[in-house]
Write a protein that binds this ligand. Structure first.
Ligand SMILES: [Zn+2]
Length: 278
């Protein structure tokens, strides 16, 4: 069983992963409408949502119920948004999930996905809900909650690359898993899509996972192939053993200009993180 955790550095000293959230971001526009669900996914069954609040006494539980009166519908629709970002059509080989157990409860952290096979479980922290609602901004809490769901649900439906390590915080496998999850979150509009936004961490490497890899995947989608994220996900089946370099050349063409190093440098230069080579 793998456990994908998003943790706040401030809450968990020593944790290796952090996430930028919209909390406290005064620049955030008041509304971020959810992306439209395409007709072909409108009736797609992403699995049965089994929703539960296990610490109803927590303030965040009460807030959640007021903001999201129909969690089953909310989670189902956001699952369809994730799936349409990862797949071309319902005929693709999409992992079949029977049950999405979604638990709102009091714990330190933000959210994580556990479980495997056709049963997944996502836990969401009432403490985090409370923090995200600190200034009583309903739209902001919805934006944050949806962003977290996009990330965790990506883990439920994404394909998993083979022959490139394990979920260890450093392998290509790990960077694929966590990079795709934040790439989907950006593509669905729950991190700012402006590369100048402070949502986008500067510099780094494609192997850093999370937003560093995620924004790169989104940039490739805007600049190299409008279906990039779908093809990147599918490369897990088509490039074995999987590697970033192999996947890029498989998707964009087998030439040196599409090496992972070249594409990363092109991206870094384009977004202004790297000075143009002399
Ligand atoms: Zn994750």
């Amino acid at each position: 069983m793998r456990l994908h955790v998003i943790l706040l550095a401030a809450l968990a000293a020593g944790c290796t992963t952090t996430t930028k959230t919209s909390t406290g971001d005064a620049q955030q526009p008041a509304t971020h409408e959810p992306i439209a669900i395409e007709a072909q996914w409108e009736n797609y069954n992403p699995g049965t949502v089994d929703f539960e609040i296990t610490t109803p006494e927590a303030a965040g539980a009460d807030i959640y119920q007021r903001i999201i009166p129909d969690p089953e519908k909310y989670i189902t629709e956001n699952a369809r948004r994730v799936i349409q970002t990862l797949y071309f059509s319902p005929d693709d080989s999409i992992p079949q999930i029977d049950t999405i157990k979604y638990v709102v409860r009091d714990f330190d952290g933000i959210s994580y996905k556990s479980g495997g096979g056709n049963k997944v479980r996502i836990d969401y922290s009432t403490d985090w809900i409370e923090k995200s609602f600190a200034d009583n901004d309903t739209a902001k809490l919805d934006y944050e909650t949806r962003g977290v769901i996009y990330h965790e649900l990506t883990h439920a439906y994404q394909l998993e690359p083979q022959g490139c390590g394990h979920y260890d915080g450093k392998s290509p496998f790990w960077a694929f898993i966590e990079g795709t999850a934040d790439g989907v979150r950006v593509a669905c509009g729950c991190f700012e899509q402006d590369f100048d936004s402070k949502d986008r961490p500067r510099g780094g490497n494609w192997m850093d996972g999370y937003r560093k890899t995620g924004y790169f995947l989104y940039w490739l989608q805007l600049n190299k192939d409008k279906d990039f994220i779908k093809k990147f996900n599918r490369s897990a089946l088509e490039v074995v053993p999987w590697s970033f370099d192999g996947a890029m050349k498989h998707i964009l063409g087998d030439s040196e200009e599409n090496s992972i190093e070249n594409l990363w440098n092109e991206y870094q230069t384009a977004v202004g993180d790297l000075a143009e080579a002399e």
